[in-house]
Design a protein around this ligand. Structure first.
Ligand code: C5P
Length: 324
C-alpha cells in the first residue's frame, strides 16, 4: 500500500470577545467567548502507511514537551483502532503561549486529517469529544470561522461570518500562564446573577458581530497590571484606527481588527521599534477555512466530498487492508 500524505494548515484564532463568568464545580471557568480563525498558521505534514502494529512519530524542531500533536494522534489511533506507521512534521509559525491557540489548532488539525489519511470515518461529535479531552480550545478548530464558545469554550455555536477584515497580531516576548491568568481573575463560584448581567453585552456582540464596542476581554485588567506595556500597545493599535484592539485569550498576544488594508499598513511602522513580533494577517471565514482543508486533503477524499463540501472531510476507503 502506498503511503497517504498531506500538508495542511493549522490556523491561529483570536477571541473577539471573552467573558469569564465564574468557577465551576469541576475547577474550570464558565466562558462566553467569540472565537475567530485568522490567516496566521502552523504547517503540519503527515505520512501514513497502513500496516501491522502502530508507530507514531513527530519531527518537531522546537521539541515542545508534551506536544498536543502526539497526544491527539494517540487519542485518535486508540479510539479508532488505527494500524500502521504515522510520521508527522510540525513547522511552527504561531507564537506559542500567546493566547492564539497554536497548540490547540495543531491538535485539531491532527483530528481532521487522521480520519481521512487512515481511512477511518469519524463524525464531528466523535472528534469533538476527543478534542475536548485534549484542551478547552481544541474543539473550536474543528469548526473554524466565527463561533460562540460556551462552557469551558468547548460548547460551540457557529456564528455568521464577518468580512475578511485585515488583522494585526502583536506577539511580545512574554509568557502568560493560562492557569495563573485565571487565578489572577479571582473569580468566585459561578452564580446565576453573574451569568445574566455579564451576558447582556455579549449578546449584543453575538447578534451583531460587527458591534465592536461590545467586545471585551475580562483578562485584560489582570494581565495589563502584570505587564503594563501591553496596554500601551493596545492603545497604539486603537489610535492607528483599529475597529477593536484586544488581548487574545489570556495573552500575551494582542490583535487589532482594521476596517481596511491601508489602515493596517499605516499602523505597521508604529510598531517597528517595539520588542514585538508583528504579523499582518486577516480573518478567515468558516467557508474559507473548510475549503482550505478540503483542498489540502482532496486526493484522499470520497468522490462526493469535494462537490458537497462535506464536513468533516470524508475519507475515500483504503482498499485491500483489514482496517480492524
Ligand atoms: O483546557 P486547557 O488545558 O486549555 O486549560 C488550561 C488551564 O486553564 C486549566 O487547567 C484551567 O486552570 C484553566 N481554564 C479554566 N477555565 C477554562 C479554560 C481553562 O479555568 N474555561
Amino acid at each position: 500500500m502506498p503511503p497517504r500524505t498531506a500538508r495542511v494548515r493549522a490556523h491561529a484564532k483570536i477571541n473577539l470577545s471573552l467573558k469569564v463568568l465564574g468557577r465551576r464545580p469541576d475547577g474550570f471557568h464558565e466562558l462566553r467567548t467569540v472565537f475567530h480563525t485568522i490567516g496566521l498558521h502552523d504547517i503540519l505534514e503527515f505520512r501514513f502507511t497502513p500496516g501491522r502494529g502502530l508507530r507514531i512519530g513527530l519531527d518537531d524542531p522546537l521539541r515542545l514537551p508534551d506536544n498536543l500533536v502526539l497526544r491527539a494522534a494517540h487519542a485518535f489511533a486508540e479510539r479508532f483502532g488505527v494500524r500502521g506507521s504515522l510520521e508527522m512534521k510540525l513547522d511552527k509559525r504561531i507564537p506559542a503561549g500567546g493566547g492564539l491557540g497554536g497548540g490547540s489548532s495543531d491538535a485539531a488539525a491532527v483530528l481532521l486529517a487522521l480520519p481521512v489519511l487512515t481511512g477511518k470515518p469519524a463524525s464531528l461529535a466523535e472528534l469533538t469529544e476527543i478534542a475536548a479531552s485534549l484542551g478547552s480550545d481544541v474543539p473550536f478548530f474543528l469548526y473554524g470561522g466565527a463561533a460562540l464558545g460556551l462552557g469551558r469554550g468547548e460548547e460551540l455555536y457557529p456564528l455568521p461570518d464577518l468580512p475578511t477584515l485585515p488583522v494585526l497580531v502583536l506577539a511580545p516576548p512574554l509568557h502568560v500562564s493560562t492557569p495563573e491568568a485565571y487565578r489572577a481573575l479571582g473569580r468566585g463560584a459561578l452564580t446565576l446573577d453573574e451569568n445574566s448581567s455579564k451576558l447582556r453585552s455579549l449578546q449584543s456582540f453575538v447578534w451583531r458581530p460587527g458591534n465592536w464596542r461590545a467586545a471585551e476581554n475580562d483578562f485584560e485588567d489582570a494581565v495589563f497590571r502584570l505587564h503594563p506595556e501591553l496596554e500601551r500597545w493596545q492603545r497604539k493599535l486603537e489610535r492607528s484606527g483599529a475597529h477593536v484592539a484586544r488581548l487574545s485569550g489570556s495573552g500575551a498576544a494582542l490583535f487589532g481588527v482594521f476596517p481596511n488594508q491601508s489602515k493596517l499598513q499605516g499602523a505597521l511602522p508604529r510598531f517597528r521599534s517595539e520588542p514585538l513580533k508583528v504579523f499582518s494577517t486577516h480573518l478567515v471565514s468558516r467557508a474559507r477555512y473548510r475549503a482550505g482543508w478540503l483542498r489540502n486533503l482532496r486526493e484522499h477524499l470520497a468522490e462526493t466530498a469535494l462537490k458537497e463540501s462535506e464536513w468533516p472531510p470524508r475519507t475515500r476507503p483504503i482498499k485491500n487492508v483489514r482496517n480492524a
